[in-house]
Design a protein around this ligand. Structure first.
Ligand code: PLP
Length: 414
């Protein structure tokens, strides 16, 4: 079958919840993906901030193959060695005490919310606790995660969601403070808002919210699903601020492609929240995904991923600053490490579609923002190649726009 035939079959069989690019992938290698017609694409999406180690990483593939030949799944009624190793390594890199493995980011958020409610229930003996979340946040598509997602477009048709969630403005401490009551049990936000448009938390906001939580006995939940696992040049973005959460959620790059997430917590919260029978999962933390997590953490060390993110990230920052200065339609440049965005004064789908035609994968974050979230092995040469293409796309869009303006002027004059 050719690409068109596969796409037609997919459209006939899959639920239509995505407007997909007209590409069918065959394989990946390093920073590149190849479609079934052999066209090669430089990838600055990484499966949405997932494939940190690059495609077809031999050491990672071998670790998974070895685990497949031993055992893939056994359930959480028993212990398995990869889960022990993965949990121990995660505790160390995250400076947390307890780990619960999930199958996705949304489920990690669900677990974090349940832990916060149980913590407050054990403390106060009542159940009407409130959670404060942020406008423009994204925490996933399940009902609980949607309840703390501050985007009406994702929520509207599915209401009522879980109750007692209040929204505040990100990076506006007073607006958070204004939502606190005696019933508040948790504040949740992404250390860097991803889908909402690449907005890093300010250091002041992080410190003020932490102090407020400490003062009022509120748990701070940081969602590190997108910004964590090295993407900012620190293992987790909160480590750049020195502000530690009580509960954190991870997923995306932690398994580099196998479906795995986790929520982690401090011993204090663990001792006073979820206990036997309170939470569970059939697949979560199975030997296959945990072998992946364990290997990913080892390879981060061996391949010095953080050093590369810091170096390439700084270079990407410089190059995107240059583009921002060059084009009037680029209004702001935000982000850090290999999580950066260009905010434009127009929908960016035109730029992204042109880039795809030229063999570069990019993704938006909201209609007007181009997001750069490549595999964490990206080099300066990859950045150069990417910028060359993006520059050409902006130049073409600008030319097309001024063409339209002069056409409109002509129409107007006649
Ligand atoms: C992707 C994402 C999620 C949801 O993860 P899924 O694995 O898609 O359920 C939650 N929070 C943030 C910050 C994300 O980027």
């Amino acid at each position: 079958m050719n690409m068109k035939e596969y796409i037609d079959e997919a459209e006939a069989a899959l639920l239509h919840t995505y407007n997909r690019y007209q590409i069918v992938w065959d394989r990946g290698d390093g920073m590149y993906l190849y479609d079934i017609e052999g066209k090669k694409y430089l990838d600055f999406v990484a499966g949405i901030a997932v494939f940190a180690l690059g495609y077809n990483n031999k050491a990672y593939n071998d670790a998974l193959k070895q685990q497949i030949d031993r055992v893939i799944h056994t359930s959480n009624y028993y212990y398995n060695i990869p889960a022990v190793e993965a949990a121990k390594k995660l505790k160390t890199i995250a400076d947390m005490d307890r780990v619960f493995f999930t199958n996705s980011g949304a489920e990690a958020v669900e677990g974090a919310l349940k832990a916060a409610r149980k913590y407050a229930f054990l403390r106060d003996g009542h159940t009407d606790h409130e959670i404060i979340a942020m406008n423009h946040s994204f925490h996933g598509r399940t009902m609980g995660a949607l309840s703390v997602t501050g985007n009406p477009h994702y929520r509207e048709a599915f209401e009522p969601l879980i109750g007692n969630v209040k929204f505040a403005d990100f990076n506006d401490f007073e607006s958070v403070k204004a939502q606190v009551t005696d019933k508040t049990c948790a504040v949740i936000f992404e250390t860097i808002q991803g889908e909402g448009g690449i907005y890093p938390a300010t250091e002041t906001f992080m410190k003020q919210v932490r102090a407020l939580c400490d003062e009022r006995g509120i748990l701070l939940i940081l969602d590190e699903i997108q910004c964590g696992m090295g993407r900012t040049g620190a293992m987790f973005a909160w480590q750049r601020y020195g502000v530690k959460p009580d509960i954190m959620t991870i997923a995306k790059a932690v398994g580099c492609g196998v479906p795995v997430g986790a929520f982690l917590m401090t011993e204090r919260v663990a001792q006073q929240s979820l206990t036997s029978g309170d939470h569970g999962t059939t697949y979560g933390g199975n030997p296959l995904v945990c072998a992946a997590v364990s290997k990913v953490i080892d390879l981060f060390e061996e391949q010095q991923i953080l050093a590369n993110v810091n170096e390439t990230g700084a270079y990407l920052y410089e190059k995107l600053e240059e583009l921002t200065a060059k084009y009037d339609c680029i209004q702001a440049h935000r982000g850090v490490g290999l999580m950066q965005g260009l905010a434009c004064n127009m929908p960016v789908s035109g730029i992204i579609n042109r880039a795809v035609e030229k063999g570069l994968l990019l993704i938006n974050a909201g209609a007007d923002i181009i997001r750069f979230i490549p595999p964490l092995i990206a080099s300066k040469a990859d950045v150069d190649r990417m910028v060359e293409i993006v520059d050409a796309c902006f130049a073409e869009c600008e030319a097309a726009d001024s063409g339209r303006e002069s056409y409109m002027r002509i129409v107007h004059e006649t």
